[in-house]
Design a binder for this molecule. Structure first.
Ligand code: SAM
Ligand code: SF4
Length: 461
């Protein structure tokens, strides 16, 4: 891993928060200003949207879900695959029509497309009012009438997924240069946030009732600062928060002691997301991933020893230029050996500015499709077998999503399994359930005993 840069966390003037929305320049609480945020892509974007949501609420806007009810629409975008841009174009077309009809005032484009050169073309074509990249999301504050900010990730602006669980960004950007990936181009080089700032945000969230903290970054396990490494930070967070998870990790940075910490610390969810991308050493080299398949297998072995019941997930790309049938077989072999509990499988999508877009040897679409299905089948077969082993067990669940109209909620075990069950418990509460059946993607259970509130079995929260 190469250098780590750091950025001081500063606000020129701290926005008022934890008070009813507003007042702010140009907006009067109750004045009826409305905003709609649409999020595309990964958890980093979901988290950035949470922070923007706080800004608009603080500025006196009410949040609405339909474009036609909004004065301001913010499209927080993804640029990782080509279809993501096509989708955003479709939304922009609709927004511009609404604006022409006088049903919408302003449109903002943020996130990874905002940081790409293509945003300038979109800005001109659709007359977008504000374009922000991922590095300057904080400029939205000024746009909506709040005091100027100079940094997005501060303890003063904790992003929350909901009151009960929250993301905490520990690093931004990425120092890798994977052949296919636009992230380093749109999110810049790695910047690690200080431990002090991270812990202060965690403390603030836990004091406010958050029961579940997820540490976030493109390569969280690459975090290092002032002589400390990711495992030091994870252990410090695990001391403070009642439930902790993290994503995403890079195999080259994943230390054995982190894997052992996952297994041994009561407050860390026993789940690991470790993208492998391919099982072929030849492809891993072409992709510039920096490890071989055997090293990846060894790390998975350590994780399985440290947390035998834990869940393991990965990302795999099929159809990268140059991928042969032999390479694909190697990926299927790795899928079998690692017995993943789930995976995101992607068909290669050429992205302008990346090395892979200029490589020859494209894989035919029908071949990519077949490989995609074969990898998916391998993953699902193993996941189903592993999930089936949980049938009959009694599990303690953290309710992540409250009941839908059928009365079914989604809980999470300490091993990171998703369990669908009928319960009226609220998100953030713990319940106990018996696992009755399993599918490739989830477990299904029923309550045993009554909900026992927002506390972990390891002590009151
Ligand atoms: N930083 C993480 C890592 O290296 O493992 C992944 C971040 S990336 C936003 C999420 C996933 O998207 C990658 O792991 C990869 O599988 C997939 N991806 C990225 N670029 C892609 C492309 N051009 N075509 C297809 N899939 C891609
Ligand atoms: Fe993209 Fe590779 Fe960085 Fe992940 S590690 S964000 S795939 S460049």
């Amino acid at each position: 891993m190469s250098e780590t840069s750091t950025t001081p966390v500063r606000l020129t003037r701290k926005p008022e928060r934890r008070t009813p929305p507003g007042p702010a320049t140009g907006t009067v609480p109750g004045s009826g200003k409305t905003a709609c945020i649409r999020t595309f892509g990964c958890q980093m974007n979901v988290h950035d949207s949470d922070r923007m949501r706080r800004m608009i609420l603080d500025a006196g806007y009410a949040e609405v879900t339909r474009y036609e009810d909004a004065d301001l629409v913010i499209l927080n975008t993804c640029y990782v695959r080509e279809n993501a841009v096509d989708r955003v174009r479709g939304h922009l077309g609709e927004l511009i029509r609404l604006r022409r009809e006088g049903r919408l005032k302003k449109v903002a484009l943020t996130g990874c497309i905002g940081a790409a050169e293509e945003s300038e073309i979109l800005r001109r074509q659709f007359g977008i009012d504000l374009v922000l990249g991922t590095h300057n999301t904080y400029e939205l504050a000024e746009f909506v009438g709040l005091p100027t900010m100079e940094e997005t990730y501060t303890p003063e602006l904790p992003g929350t997924e909901g009151k009960h669980s929250a993301f905490v960004t520990i690093m931004t950007g990425c120092n890798y240069g994977c052949s296919y990936c636009v992230v380093p181009m749109v999110r810049g080089r790695m910047v690690c946030r200080s431990k002090e700032s991270i812990l202060s945000e965690v403390d603030r969230l836990v004091e406010g009732g958050t029961g579940y903290v997820t540490l976030l970054g493109q390569t969280v396990d690459a975090w290092r600062r002032d002589g400390e490494r990711f495992c030091d930070l994870l252990e410090a967070v695990a001391e403070r928060a009642p439930r902790v998870s993290f994503t995403t990790s890079h195999p080259s940075n994943m230390e054995d002691r982190t894997l052992w910490a996952i297994g041994s610390r009561d407050t860390i969810v026993k789940r690991l997301h470790l993208p492998v991308q391919s099982g072929s050493d030849r492809m891993l080299k072409i992709m510039h991933r920096g490890y071989k398949a055997e090293r990846y297998r060894r790390k998975i072995g350590v994780f399985r020893d440290a947390a035998p019941e834990g869940t393991l997930s990965t990302d795999i790309i099929v159809g990268h230029p140059g991928e042969t049938e032999e390479d694909h077989e190697a990926t299927l072999g790795l899928v079998e050996d690692c017995s993943f509990d789930s995976a995101y499988v992607f068909k290669f999508s050429p992205r302008d500015g990346t090395e892979a877009a200029t490589l020859g040897e494209p894989v035919a679409p029908e071949v990519s499709q077949r490989r995609f299905v074969e990898v998916l089948r391998g993953i699902e077969g193993n996941a189903f077998k592993r999930n089936s082993r949980k049938i009959g067990s009694v599990e303690e669940l953290y309710v992540r999503h409250g009941a839908n109209e059928d009365g079914r909620a989604i809980g999470e075990t300490w091993t990171g399994h998703a369990v669908h069950l009928k319960t009226e418990a609220n998100p953030g509460e713990y319940v106990r359930a018996t696992i009755e059946s399993a599918g490739p993607h989830a477990l299904y259970g029923s309550l045993c005993g009554s909900p026992y509130g927002a506390r972990s079995p390891y002590g009151d929260v």
